[in-house]
Design a protein around this ligand. Sequence first.
Ligand code: CP
Ligand code: NVA
Length: 305
Amino acid sequence: MAKRDFLSIDDLSIEELGELLDRAAAIKDKPEAVVDALKGKQVALIFEKPSTRTRVSFEVAVTSMGGHPLILRGDELQIGRGETVADTGTVLSRFVDCIVIRTFGHDRLKELAAAATVPVVNALSDFSHPCQALADMQTIIEQKKDPAGLSLAYVGDGNNVAHSLMFVGTKLGMHVRIAAPEGHAPEAGVTQRCAEIGAETGGSVTVTNVVAEAVTGADVLYTDVWASMGQEAEAEHRQNVFKGYSVDRSALDLADGDAIVMHCLPAHRGEEISADAIDGPQSVVWDQAENRMHAQKALLEWLLA
Ligand code: CP
Ligand code: NVA
C-alpha cells in the first residue's frame, strides 16, 4: 500500500478525519491501549523553527507508544549547511519509520515527502499547521459535542493556523469566519477550497476585516500571534496593522454567552488576546495544548501501526 503523508488537513477525507478524531478521544480516555503501538519504530523529528508544544508532545507521544523519537535541530543537520531536503528525506528513510518536520516554505515539506519512502508529517510550515488543527477540533468536540453548524470566529492573521482551522472546520460542517486586516487575509486558494468543502458538508467560510462581523454570536473564538516565526522583522509594523484584531472583552461580549476561547499558543497577552480572555473561565487553551499529544498519538498510530 502507498505510504500516506500528513501535510495538510485536506490530505484526509472527511471520513478519515472523523475516524482520527474518534481515535484521539479514545486514546485520551485509555492511553494504555497504545503503549506498544510504535514498538520498534523510529520517528525523526526535525525542527527548523523553535517549538515547545509540538516538540514535547511528539517526543512524549512516541516514547509512550513504545517508539523512539530522534529530535533533530535543523541547524545541527546538513540541511542547515545546504543539503537538500530531498536528499535528507531519502537518507532518513533508510533509518527511520516516519519523519516529522517543522519548517518554513511548504514546498520544502512537499519535496521531502516526495523523496521520502516513509510517512512525512507537517509539524508546522508557513502555510499550515494541521497537527494543531486536529487537537483544536478534538477540543471543540469535547466542549461542544457536534461541531456541525457551529460558528468559529478566527481573529487576526490569515496564517498557517488559520488555514488549517478553515480546512478542519469546514470539513466538519462548521461556519468559519475570519476577521483579518486588509492584506492579511488567508490565501485565496484556501478560501476557495474551503468554500467547496463547505458546500459538501453544510459548512461555510467567510472573510471580513470587521472583527464584530466575525465574532457576533460565535460559538468559538480563536486567535493566534500577529507575527509568526520567520516574520520577526515585520513584528513592529504588525503591531500597528493588527491593533484591535484581538480576542478580548469586547469580542467575548459579542460572542455567544457559552463561547469557548482558543489559542494555539504561544500567546502575547495584551496583543492578539487579553489576559481576561485567555485566563478566564471560557478559555480552553490548556486542554487544546494537552490534546496535541492525544491527537498526534492517533495520527502516528494511523500512519505507522
Ligand atoms: N502551538 C504550537 O505549535 O506550539 P509550539 O510552537 O510550542 O510547538
Ligand atoms: N502562526 C504561529 C503559530 C505558532 C504555533 C507561527 O507560525 O509562528
